[in-house]
Design a protein around this ligand. Structure first.
Ligand code: TYD
Ligand code: MG
Length: 475
């Protein structure tokens, strides 16, 4: 008999080794290899496996009459926005997020809404007892919704139960890491178990047509724990994010087979559960410090929706040999680029200063259009000159220091006008974008140098700053 080799599986990426080692060579994580008895394929020699003859199936043409993916809206508009208009029959979603961010709260609210709309909805918790889930539902005022509840962890039992009665429309499995199946021997939470359990549940969803939501835990560096393969097996991966100290929660699609991936859903955690925020700009701008240097309002676009958000910068002389550059909510390499352009083309020397940049409200910006707002906030902090409180900024900065036009300028201007802003500091318009219709004063800026000169001219501490800038100009 062939000797069965032990199998060590990386709990981070799923790579398998036949001896233990401290570091996974595939993903570079330390201490993630765990011995797992890979039952099934690997441990049974192929000669002993029963031979099965293939079954012939019929091939279909592309033009057959398939029912187009019918969607069931969940009734939670911000969730539907992210999924692309509702749950697709037979689709599987993976929802990831830090512990305590509100995943269970969001899903019990969504199941309750669905149940109230007369769609059979089932919530299975592997982490909390039925009484705990009930208590939470009671607190959220959802106790009267006809949600069907269970506290279960055995995949076989769950599938047997779900297969009884009418087809459920929505099934929530609160945390795939707590599920286990008889078909493999490993402990719950290990890669092999998570993979096998997910496979069985996904097969159920595909054959029955129920929409399945799996909750996935997130490791300290923000990856969905367990095998990355689960991410490939599901139709959509959603991530629920937010700063612990902030009330805002942002739902994002990382992958979506049936919809867009650039839409965000915004929620606010209140004493009565998650509240949808249909107009995020108002929320992100609600606590502005008017008239302080170093803050600029950026008119951004998230998916199809314009979102106004405040960028805060602090530039302070450094006591260290290497100055600090800390950024929250924006790309650090983008910040380095803006700093380099300021230094190379605008005579703003920041090598003796620590630089901190923060996007207010816990939002994360990916657009290059934020370059100009970031540059404005940085210069404003350096020279101590507040930016106009009624102005919004947007525009991409190129390496030559030119300000480039960005997408969807009219939508940005319209949102700014709606929120009471009076002017926009923006790239020069190409071919009459018609942004003036929004009723804003448009300050077109051709290069970053122009912007810096304008801000520096208003510096509150003219003597030392002008002297500093002059010194830098000469240098
Ligand atoms: P929970 O949904 O249990 O998080 P997860 O499932 O992602 O681990 O949310 C728990 C947090 O939410 C907890 O810190 C308390 C807070 N919370 C509220 O502030 N208000 C509420 O109405 C509820 C239900 C929870
Ligand atoms: Mg939970």
């Amino acid at each position: 008999m062939a000797k069965v080799l032990p199998s060590f599986v990386c709990q981070n990426c799923g790579a398998a080794y036949n001896r233990w080692q401290g570091k996974c060579e595939s993903c570079g994580e330390w201490n993630t290899l765990v011995e797992e008895n890979a039952a099934g394929a690997a441990s049974v020699p192929s000669s002993l496996r029963p031979k099965r003859k293939g079954r012939a199936f019929t091939l279909e043409s592309l033009t057959g009459d398939t029912q187009d993916a019918p969607r069931t809206p969940s009734g939670v508009a911000e969730l539907d926005r992210v999924t692309g208009g509702g749950f697709v029959r037979g689709s599987v979603l993976l929802l990831g997020g830090d512990p305590g961010i509100g995943k269970s709260t969001l899903l019990i609210q969504a199941t309750a809404r669905m149940a109230r709309l007369k769609h059979r909805s089932i919530y299975i918790s592997g982490e909390e007892a039925v009484a705990q889930v009930r208590l939470r539902a009671e607190r959220l005022g959802l106790a009267k919704s006809p949600v069907e509840l269970a506290a279960e962890t055995s995949v076989e039992d769950i599938i047997a139960t779900l297969s009884q009665g009418p087809r459920p429309v929505l099934v929530v499995i609160d945390s795939i890491q707590t599920m286990w199946t008889d078909t493999v021997d490993s402990a719950p939470g290990t890669v092999t178990q998570v993979r096998a359990s997910a496979q069985a549940l996904i097969r159920y969803a595909k054959t029955s047509g129920a929409t399945l939501i799996l909750v996935g835990h997130v490791t300290k560096d923000g990856q969905i724990a367990g095998p990355r393969v689960v991410e490939h097996m599901v139709d959509a991966v959603l991530s629920f994010e937010g700063e612990g100290s902030q009330q805002f929660r942002i739902l994002r699609a990382v992958k979506n087979r049936f919809g867009p991936t650039d839409e965000i859903g915004v929620f606010e955690m209140t004493g009565l559960g998650l509240r949808e925020v249909p107009n995020p700009s108002e929320l992100f701008l609600s606590e502005r410090d008017l008239g302080t240097p170093g803050t600029a309002v950026f008119a951004g676009i998230e998916g199809t929706r314009p979102v106004l958000v405040e960028l805060q910068a602090l530039v302070a002389p450094t006591a260290l040999g290497t100055p600090r550059r800390a950024v929250v909510g924006w790309d650090p390499s983008r910040l380095s680029m803006v700093l380099a352009v300021l230094e190379a083309h605008c005579g703003v020397k920041l090598s003796g200063h620590d630089v901190y940049l923060n996007v207010a409200g816990g939002l994360r910006i990916n657009e290059p259009a934020a370059d100009m707002a970031a540059a404005a906030a940085l210069v404003s902090s350096l020279v101590g000159a507040p930016l106009p409180a009624d102005g919004v900024f947007f525009g991409e900065v190129s390496l030559s220091g030119a300000v480039r036009p960005v997408a969807q300028m009219p939508a940005r201007l319209k949102e700014a006008a709606k929120l009471g802003f009076k002017r926009a500091i923006m790239p020069e318009q190409t071919r009459g974008d018609g942004g003036g219709d929004a009723g804003l004063v448009l300050n077109a800026v051709g290069s970053l140098t122009e912007l810096v000169a304008e801000i520096a001219a208003k510096g509150k501490k003219p003597r030392d700053n002008e002297a500093q800038l002059r010194r830098q100009d000469r240098g």
